[in-house]
Design a protein around this ligand. Sequence first.
Ligand code: HOC
Length: 389
Amino acid sequence: MPLFTNIEDMRRVYQRKTPRMFYDYTESGSWTEQTFRENTSDFSRLRLRQRVAVDMSNRSTATQMIGEDVSMPIALAPVGMTGMQCADGEIKAARAAEAFGVPFTLSTMSICSIEDVAEHTTKPFWFQVYTLKDDDFMRRLFDRARAAGCSAIVVTVDLQVLGQRHKDLKNGLSAPPKLTPKSIANMATKVAWGLGMLGTKRRFFGNIVGHASGVTDPSSLSSWTAEAFDISLDWARIAKFKEMWGGKMIIKGILDAEDARMAAKVGADAIIVSNHGGRQLDGALSSIRMLPSILDAVGDQVEVHLDSGIRSGQDVLKALALGAKGTYIGRAFIYGLGAQGQAGVTRALEILHKELDVTMALCGERNVRDLGPHNLIQPHGFGDPQVAL
Ligand code: HOC
C-alpha cells in the first residue's frame, strides 16, 4: 500500500492505474489551459500570516454549508463520469463523504444513478443538474432527486455550450466514450480497473439512459448531448428551476459580480464561484482571484462557496480567509478514487483535513469559523480583476 501524504502522491498513482482517456478527461482544461493552470497557481500568490503563542488546544474545522452540519467546509464537487474512473465510483465517493461528514454532489452525467447512490448511502446528498432544454426531463430529475432524499440541487450555469478540450477530442472522450483499437489496447493494460468494470452491475449513465426522451441505451447518448443543453438560457428559467425543485438551490459557475447579483435575486441559497475547473472559458481569471469582488457584491445576500483549483488544506484555508463559507474538490478526490477506490477518497479527505487543521494552528486559529482576511498577506490588487498580477 503506498503511503500517501499529499494529494499529488495520489495523482501519480491514479495516472498509472487509469486508462489514458479517463485520466486525460480529469487532467485537462479547455484550449491553452491557462485558466486551468492559474486556478492552482494563483493560490500560491496569497501568503499566510503566521502567529505564535496562542492556545491551540481544542481546534475545530466543523461548520455549516447551506445550513447543514459539515465536519469541514469541503464538499465533493459533481464530476461527470466518475464511475469511469473506478467501477461504481459515485457510490464509493458518496460513502466516503458520508463517513467523513462532508457533502457529496452527484452529477447528472454520472455513471451510477441517483437511485444507485441513494441505495448505498444513508444521508442526503446533493444532486447537480445542467440547464437542459427539456422541462419534462428536468422535472423528472427533480422528482427522482426528491424521492431519493437529496437535500439540495446544484444548478450548473456555465455550460450552455461546451468548451473545447483538445485531449478529449483526440482520445474520443465523449458521452459515451468512443472506443478505438488504441484506447482499447491502453485499457487492457489497466488490469485492476478493467476487472472492476467487468464486475459492476450498474446501468451506465443511469440518470439519463432510459429516462431522457429518445435515450434508450448509452449509444443514443451522443445525439442527445449535442441537443440537450439550453443555449437560450436566461435568469427567468433558472428561477423556474428553483420553483420546480422547491428546495435548496446552489448555483454553480458564477465568475462575475453582476451574475452573482442575479443569482442572489433568483433565490439561490448559495453560489459557487467557479470556472468549471478551467474546462470552459479559457482566459477567464481563476476562481480564487474572482472571489473577493463577488463577495463584495453579494456576500451579505447569499452564501458564497468556491471551487476550481483546490489541492490542499492551505488552499481551503485561503478561500475561507477571503470570505468563502465552503469549498469543493473535484480532481483532488478523483485522484484518490482512481488510486485506491473508496479508501482513496477517504485518504484524500484525511489529507485535506489534516492540512487545514495544522495550518489553522500555525496561523493561530482554533476555529474554522474565525478565519478571515487577518490570516492573509495579499499582494496588492489580488482581488481586483482589473489588476494584472
Ligand atoms: C458531452 C457533454 O461537466 C465536464 C462536464 C461536462 C459534461 C458534458 C458532456 O466535463 O466538465
